[in-house]
Write a protein that binds this ligand. Sequence first.
Ligand SMILES: [Zn+2]
Length: 281
Amino acid sequence: MGSFASPILSVNHMNKQFGTGCDQCSSPENRQLEKNYCRACGTVYSCQDITFDLYPGEVLGIVGESGSGKSTLMRCLYFDQEVTGGEAYLQPYKDGDTNMFQESSQQQKYIRNHLMGKVYQNPVLGLRMNFSSIGNIAEKMIAAGNRHVAAMESRGSELLERVHIPVYRMKEAPKNFSGGMQQRVQIAKALSNNPPILLLDEVTTGLDLSVQANVLDLIKHLQRELNISMLLVSHDLGVIRMLADRTMVMLDGRVVEQGLTDQILEDPQHAYTQQLVHSLL
Ligand SMILES: [Zn+2]
């Protein structure tokens, strides 16, 4: 990451709320919330004024407890959910001149299929469990306009080999696979159209520790080989420490701290980050 590089993704003042708000919570300056929740009207402010840059070839970790807004942020960036406000610019899309949140759903599909891949914590959200593994990959390639069956087959098998799924199991459905293998198929699918950005949402949560280590190791290798930019969400600072160049800490829908991962680990500023770091020791 050179200091003169411009960001591949810039997110500015992104907001996502559930509910319409009331007198006590509508003004961002003097909101009276319990965590991210307004007692008076029930509105939940899941993401509040989120601003960050992601650079080419960089891994940006996003750490926070459940309910901190980190997964909502990922869903908004992948258009699984619509933002309430704010902007995001992608360098490879219209030269980074267009707020992707304002684009038509057709354009957003284009961005999803060509410029991003996402791996979900729950493989059911990322895979069709009854399709063959190679069929799952082909599906994403077809969505991006590929029509050439032989080319898709060879690309699919190359990707599955890359994530260490044995050749003879390529036609098997993910429902027959272990949790770790399912995540590896999701990773292969997410990479199928060579996206410059990969979104990883708690991808190793719930896996056995040894399996977790294997999947993280695979991600690390792929990142270096492909020089892909990654947003890596986890509640586990140990996972972030392993992979992220920079880290952003979220609490109750807000970014409370961001910086180089090493710096955050050595000298955490916010009380919540200090607590996270101490629990690692
Ligand atoms: Zn309210």
